[in-house]
Design a protein around this ligand. Structure first.
Ligand SMILES: Nc1ncnc2c1ncn2[C@@H]1O[C@H](COP(=O)(O)OP(=O)(O)O)[C@@H](O)[C@H]1O
Ligand SMILES: CC(=O)N[C@@H](CCC(=O)OP(=O)(O)O)C(=O)O
Length: 287
């Protein structure tokens, strides 16, 4: 057995754990959906650190559900194949050739990398896409976007069974159509729909910025639905932050207790959010 020495790191850890104790009880049995964006993934060390957070959550009785993105990884593969993407409102215009690549990258390489990282840290993770057990049935979002889907039915059955067996689901944002089509779903949108179906206690949207930036250029710690709508219409919120904040609003309307948009690249981002008084990021909550 490894011997623990009373070094400063150990003391810092003990202090942190002591501070975290009241929060451990608060979240016992809670369902926390974590959206892990492609830009938040980083290198193998960052991936291992994320995986450790998820495994620790599971150990203290939280039901973590991971929904991932992988936009930059799709871009890399499309570039290799000489295919260019167009974006409308933070969503990739997806034709037949593109959807094949999107499914291969997300449900294949990216999904398995996360599953493997969690399992390597001592967790038990299972990789799924929205096609598995009809988890996420979609309809086309807009004819202009091609095979981009909006989730219309999320069946949490398989997720509930996995939670009972303390297994961590890792979900690629691929949806299935009523006629068996494959849909590309924005990762934030998928995470929001899944969080709403589970009536999750928390939805954490991990990205590569500290949260939502306000009109004055400062990061906003808490936002109301009204503020978000105003910031989208006056252009303060743009690009990929649009689907993120829209997801936050629909998740709250769908019964999720709180949504936090935060920087997934910081060490222990998820744990800091759940187990400290003032977590990092921008909080949007019910009421
Ligand atoms: N008001 C804003 N606050 C923060 N980020 C914003 C804002 N408006 C636009 N953005 C952009 O949104 C990006 C986050 O979205 P995106 O790149 O799609 O993230 P991810 O890949 O993690 O899902 C930020 O990097 C930033 O460039
Ligand atoms: C419709 C749509 O835009 N889908 C995204 C799915 C991946 C994703 O959302 O990845 P990030 O979270 O890393 O951005 C895409 O094709 O890039």
């Amino acid at each position: 057995m490894r011997k623990l020495s009373m070094n400063r790191d150990w003391i810092a850890t003990a202090r942190t754990l002591n501070e975290a104790l009241p929060y451990l009880q608060r979240y016992e049995g809670a369902t926390v959906v974590i959206k892990f964006g492609g830009n938040a993934m980083g290198d193998d060390d960052a991936m291992a650190s994320f995986a450790r957070d998820i495994v620790l959550m599971r150990h203290v009785g939280v039901n973590p559900v991971v929904v991932h993105g992988g936009g930059p990884m799709i871009n890399d593969m499309l570039k290799k194949l000489g295919v260019e993407s167009e974006w409308i409102g933070g969503k990739r215009v997806t034709d037949e050739a593109t959807i094949e690549v999107v499914e291969m990258v997300l449900a294949g390489r990216v999904n398995k990398r996360i599953v493997q990282a969690i399992n390597a840290e001592g967790g038990r993770a299972v990789g799924l896409s929205g096609k598995d057990a009809n988890l996420m049935v979609c309809e086309p979002t807009d004819p202009k976007l091609g095979f981009v889907g909006t989730p219309v039915e999320v069946d949490p059955f398989v997720l509930e069974r996995l939670a009972e067996s303390e297994t961590i689901p890792v979900i690629a944002p691929i949806g299935v159509g009523r006629d068996g089509e494959t849909f590309n779903v924005n990762g934030d949108t998928a995470a929001g729909a899944i969080a709403a179906a589970l009536k999750a206690d928390r939805l954490l949207l991990l990205t590569d910025v500290p949260g939502v930036k306000g009109r004055d250029g400062n990061w906003v710690t808490e936002l109301t639905a009204l503020q978000i709508r105003e910031m989208i219409s006056d252009g303060t919120i743009g690009g990929g932050m649009i689907p993120k904040t829209e997801t936050a609003l629909s998740a709250i309307e769908g019964g999720v207790r709180a949504v936090v948009i935060l920087d997934g690249r910081i060490e222990n981002a998820c744990l800091l959010e759940l187990y400290t008084e003032q977590g990092p990021g921008s909080l949007i909550r019910q009421g």
